[in-house]
Design a protein around this ligand. Structure first.
Ligand SMILES: C[S@@+](CC[C@H](N)C(=O)[O-])C[C@H]1O[C@@H](n2cnc3c(N)ncnc32)[C@H](O)[C@@H]1O
Length: 274
């Protein structure tokens, strides 16, 4: 049985390795970003709105491309991640691009001890929740960093999508993985990285924890946040064997598939003022 700490420590080593691969990958296309790109998606720009002058904390920021994109849009940004290599790269990118940004290296659960500040907006997106063993303390960390009246925004793969087998070249929807939260992680053998499946990676497994939609919503509300809305989308930004491309950089169930499932979600919550 893999413990929580063994899983987290192996994942941290994996993210250090992946950062080196991602830095030069076509997937992240860092060279275009250096020319002045914004790596954020239309839906989040619409859902979050204007950030000019806002203090923004980006949780699980990887090497900071999205964090620096928010800065280019006028936010005063802080990014946090537990991979030292990712944080080092984020800091050097900010320096090279002359963008005012702060990056903190810390496990998300320990961040309140490493960063003393409050924010108008706490943001996290695209491939974040599965790396976290428990969401109740995650909700408390978010509430801790929001000023009264501040807003939290998350978008990620929908917990329902998570349960289907994505390990074989099959187009069938086959339920294979747990939906409900549990302490023991699911171990996936590492095959390169999502940004470059052919890359040579030494870490053997990536460890993931399932989280139900009930756990996501309840962890935020029990930390004192008010859920403003929850959007569920029938598309995903990455490829799975049972999805087909829609032609706009997203994937969905084939048009002839009977029935529907949510594949992606976004959620906004507010810390009440009083
Ligand atoms: C998929 S990335 C986020 C992706 C980012 N939106 C992007 O597109 O680059 C997930 C990030 O979570 C970080 N992470 C995983 N577990 C963490 C933890 N317990 N505490 C802090 N960061 C963590 C990893 O280091 C990684 O940079």
């Amino acid at each position: 049985m893999t413990s929580r700490d063994e899983g987290l420590s192996s994942n941290r080593a994996l993210w250090d390795e992946w950062t080196g691969i991602h830095e030069t990958s076509e997937f992240y296309d860092l060279e275009s970003f250096k020319q002045g790109g914004i790596r954020l998606r239309e839906y989040e720009l619409e859902e979050i709105g204007v950030v000019t002058g806002k203090k923004l904390l980006h949780l699980q920021c990887h090497f900071g491309m999205d964090t620096l994109s928010w800065a280019r849009l006028g936010a005063r940004v802080t990014g946090a991640d537990f991979s030292q290599r990712a944080v080092d790269l984020a800091r050097s990118l900010a320096a090279v691009l002359d963008i005012d940004a702060r990056f903190v290296c810390s496990d998300i659960y320990e961040l309140p001890g490493a960063l003393d500040d409050t924010f108008d907006l706490v943001y996290t997106s695209r491939g974040v929740l599965g790396w976290l063993p428990k969401l109740e303390p995650w909700g408390r960390v978010i509430a801790h960093f929001l000023r009264p009246g501040g807003v939290f925004y998350v978008s990620d793969i929908h917990p329902v999508t998570w349960v289907f087998d994505d390990t074989e070249e099959t187009t069938d929807l086959k339920v294979r993985f747990p939906y409900f939260p549990r302490l023991e992680p699911v171990a996936f053998p590492v095959k390169g990285s999502y940004a470059d499946p052919s890359a040579d990676v030494k870490t053997k497994f990536e460890y993931a924890w399932p989280h139900s939609m009930a756990e996501i919503v309840t962890s935020l509300s029990s930390a004192g946040l008010r859920i403003d809305w929850l959007h569920e989308w029938p598309w995903l930004e990455w490829q799975l064997p049972f999805l087909v491309p829609r032609g706009d950089g997203t994937w969905a169930l084939p048009p002839d598939q009977e029935g529907e499932i949510p594949l992606y979600f976004s959620l906004r919550a507010t810390k009440p003022s009083a």
